[in-house]
Design a protein around this ligand. Sequence first.
Ligand code: SF4
Ligand code: ZN
Length: 710
Amino acid sequence: MATLFGRVFSGSDEMYRLAQEALDDVSKRFADSEPVAFPDTAYYLACIYAMSGKKITNLGELKEIMEWIKSQMTRNNKTHDIFTSGVATACAAEVIEACKYIGNPDPYGHDPLWGHCTDAEVRELGVPLVTGDIPGFVVFIGSAPTDEQALALVKSYQSKSVFVFMVGGIIDQVKRLGMKTGFNVRVVPLGYDLWSVSHVVSVAIRAALIFGAVQPGDYDGIRRYTFDRVNAVINAFAPVDDMTVACGAGAISLGFPVVTNETENMWRVPKSLIIQEDVDKFVETSLEARGIKIKITNIDIPVAFANAFEGEIIRRGDMQFEADGSRVDCLELVRTREASEVEDHKIEVIGPDFDEFEVGSKISMATIVDVAGKKMQSDFEPVFERKFHAYLNCIEGVMHTGQRDMIRIRVSKDTYEAGFRAKHFGEVLYAKIKSEFDVVVDKCQVTIVTDPAKVSELRKEANEIYDKRDERLLSLTDENVNEFYTCIMCQSFSPSHVCIVTPERLGLCGAVSWLDAKATHELDPSGPCQVVEKTGVIDEEIGKWDSVNDAVRKYSQGALEVVSLYSIMEDPMTSCGCFECICGIEPFSNGVVIVNREHAGLTPLGMSFSEMASMTGGGVQTPGFMGHGKHFIASKKFMKAEGGVQRIVWMPKALKDQVAEKLNATAQELYGIENFTDMIADETVTDDAEALVEFLTEKGHPALSLDPLM
Ligand code: SF4
Ligand code: ZN
């Protein structure tokens, strides 16, 4: 009879042999100098890079790494433990996968198979992971006993917001039953072959490199990071072959338990290898094995509600109707009321319900949430209101974009047919606001208005309120508040990272403004957002205060000493990894380029977003590079120490368009520059450093004549 060790060894030998074959095969078609890379990553072949420290860039190097992989296989090398053979198996699998990408940037086609996940995709997971909106990951391997069981398992994880990766037959099983998959709905079919599992190992490992600043080659550091911080679990269906057993050993080595219904030639290893013969109990067993805690929101609606649906897209042809604020009157509003004016859990619909509209209609809709509470402050209204977007998007078959009176909401035909009606929006908003803001909201009622005349009247009232809020926001400057806030939410992944959130500098993830931080503090006084009294000014130009330094020292557990809030060169703020944008100095133009996560192309630095992003992160200060939120770009405090927004020389066009109005206003007010964004280059102008300087010279861009940055 085989032993567990025997199966791991023979599985890793087999994967190694296949890797060798794949290499032999590509070598017939390509020279050793042929580039080898996965798309949009700064971490080379991440498993191999992280484990060995070696940067593979071409076929010759890929061939050479086989020697190192062999050295990690432990049959004849008793200095490593058995699980290291598992990691070597994942590295061999990565070699096979890398071969597929030689001469073909997208061998999987993304429809539905995904293969490699980009750095931007990994970074996108940062915020939901720290907030617990993604409580963990599950990786399925093989086929469930029946299609129905496969679908039930995947849906069960999805409804708990656990991110699902699939390898093998289960992909077709859920497809046959019509399930939508993709990164946006957090159910990702990696590939049919077992070796495609290396793409999810790569995701876990890049989390350590990106968010944890673990150094490539620090094998134990990587294992410690994934063990402590990445909540992943493997579900392997019988029959489990030796190669799967070997991959399972690799997973266990990274701290990910394996749950399987295989009983033949299988062994129980407490907490790591768990036999669960009843597939229907996989979810329960897995969550328990990895200690994954699920936030429960029981909401009385006829469709699922989960974070996994946040990115779901509803196409015109699939929609039952839409509320479109660009065509008809629509709005969302939170109002603070006296306790006597609010009836808790009252949900009222004024106007026709959804079954009275023709398919494809554009309807008027106002969603009004009235709240009352002793600790409620009007400053929290916009904080709650902005959350509508996330809440409504979590409904299966509902897509929400925009805010205030510029919203668009689509409801899918399937969701409508499941019985979803206007009052269900109310149920969702009521449940979420009451559960997330219970400290300040004692009573909450929701009114949904679909009568066009009434919505149009309400829009006038709402606009007055929005205007007042905008005035309040404008009056909120770093100068005229007495306190800033820390945010250390990201420490679960970047242990020493601290954001200092000020009115004019929001958190780098873009999700935490000063008002958000203030509300978070009020809701959870001992939580991630702590007050930093603005005292002991050292230098207001570059944004240095004694109290800020004390706070970063305390909350980074001594890892950081000094931070300048307004400088990119001198003690800049650290980055965790989930930043919306990265800004880096461009030496030839004496300015900076900014690139957002969504932009896939190169910048004039010769680097993509991923490559620039890899220059900073993990809570380390890196002068010359800075992660930040989109809204920071138009701030008067953006690089104030180095001359402010005048330093911006290049941005992707889409980002530029997004920030143009506010950025132009700032440049006009501070420096008297008209239409500043016309002077900023983008990818339609050039992504070449020399051509950039020519363009800037022609436009008379101010950066060229500012003091040298370096
Ligand atoms: Fe993370 Fe900073 Fe955003 Fe807080 S504000 S969630 S620490 S990036
Ligand atoms: Zn972060």
